[in-house]
Unconditional design. Structure first.
Length: 276
């Protein structure tokens, strides 16, 4: 099964205005229904290594283990679909690979990466998330942040010490409390979301979200969303125009039409109707 023609994907990654190299990695595969965004950190160019390792391991694991006929089945023990568990296990493998490399190569010590991974299947989406890279959804004229940052400032917002507006200006807003590859194990947040035709999903690094407010992101997608490649480029340009203090990465995905796991014939639908 392929989701090509049912999903539209576009991505842009840019070094920004202040950095001399890009530590972000993005991967999109519309046929597989997979998108990965990683924002690396630490060591002499260790961030580049960490983000590339994370993305490569995610893609390899999904390509090797994805079974379309089983992907929507729910695991009784966890309550998650096999797609979500595949993402969870792939992130764990990525963590192992980065952590081991960091200890084997001195110039990579202390490296790690944020990660947002999306896997589309059966008219739904599984998300695996670690760090402060984000996932947004635009539906029905509204934008919604689906992920919650793993950051010190987000914890302080959750506890009521700061408002979201104050947090945006805080000098320690980029201190993450969870990253892939920093510790021997990592726990990814898993989410499962229904997907509707016309939905637009935006995965981005903090190079965008730190400089461009949600309302401006939404306005840009409203103005340029008919062409996802142009919309992604416009978002990156907007971040750079506002300082470009970090690498900027954007992935945009539009659901074009339904993609159920199995096609049901009219006869099968009639039989199901008799017994429901």
């Amino acid at each position: 099964m392929s989701l090509r023609g049912k999903l539209e994907m576009a991505g842009v990654t840019d070094v920004g205005r202040r950095r001399d190299h890009n530590e972000d990695t993005i991967v999109t595969d519309a046929g597989l229904g997979l998108a990965v965004l990683a924002d690396g950190m630490g060591g002499y160019k260790g961030g580049e290594v960490a983000s590339a390792l994370a993305a490569n391991v995610l893609v390899e694991e999904v390509r090797r283990k994805l079974r379309w006929q089983e992907v929507a089945a729910v695991d009784e023990q966890t309550g998650y679909t096999r797609a979500s568990l595949l993402i969870r296990d792939a992130i764990s493998r990525a963590n192992d690979s980065i952590y081991r490399t960091a200890h084997e190569q001195p110039h990579c010590q202390g490296m790690g990466t944020t990660l947002v991974s999306l896997l589309f299947y059966d008219n739904r989406l599984s998300v695996g998330h670690v760090g402060d890279s984000r996932l947004y959804r635009v539906r029905g004229g509204e934008i919604e942040q689906l992920t919650v940052d793993h950051s010190l400032i987000q914890e302080l917002v959750d506890r009521g010490f700061y408002t979201p507006e104050q947090a945006r200006r805080h000098v320690q807003k980029n201190l993450v409390t969870r990253a892939v590859g920093v510790d021997p194990t990592v726990t990814a947040d898993l989410q499962e979301e229904p997907v509707l035709p016309g939905d637009i999903y935006l995965a981005c690094s903090d190079g965008l979200s730190d400089l461009v407010e949600d309302g401006d992101i939404h306005l840009t997608l409203t103005q340029y969303g008919a062409n996802l490649s142009e919309a992604a480029q416009r978002l990156v340009e907007l971040a750079n125009a506002r300082g470009g203090t970090d690498n900027v990465s954007v992935i945009l995905i539009r659901a074009l039409r339904p993609f159920p796991a199995h096609h049901r014939s009219p006869w099968r639908m009639k039989v199901l109707h008799w017994f429901t």
